[in-house]
Design a protein around this ligand. Sequence first.
Ligand code: FES
Length: 187
Amino acid sequence: MKYNSKEVIKIIKGYQAKKSKLLVILTDIQAKYNWLPPNAIEVVSEKLCVPLIDVYGVASFYHAFSLTPRGKHIVTVCTGTACHVRGAPIVLDRIRAKLDIEPGCTTKDDQFTLETVNCLGACALAPIVVVDDHYHGQSTPQKVDAILARYRKKKTTKRKPEKKIKKRKTTKRKTSRKTTRKAKKTK
Ligand code: FES
């Protein structure tokens, strides 16, 4: 998504430009652009009256924030010990070759960013590849081919126009004679 300062200002205003909301403001900007554009960080610094160096300090401290553009899909390969011994290196090699990028980089078409992580805490499923928060356990080079193809397909398939949802006909509720009689009696 293209950077738009108005959008960033809108996010900041949503939190009344409070300094205490710095983290959540950065989270929202990250969610919108998939990274923290330098222009956005400057606007945050200015509007919250927080020194630029402090905003960068927060942004670089948390792993969830990225200071470099990231692709539409984040592919994370676990290279922790359990995943390593069960074949993570060959899985990672296959992804590197398929996407033609190294870990930490993004494909030229901005579709994929490749990352590695030390342990995802799900070693029983080793080796694990995560794509956009979806865990793919017991990964193999063949499985990875299929996974990447699926995400590539998502990019090319056009969304079908949504069918119009027909409004439900509102029918007046008929009150039966029995119920009206009962109501009269109770009065
Ligand atoms: S080493 Fe990969 S999930 Fe633990």
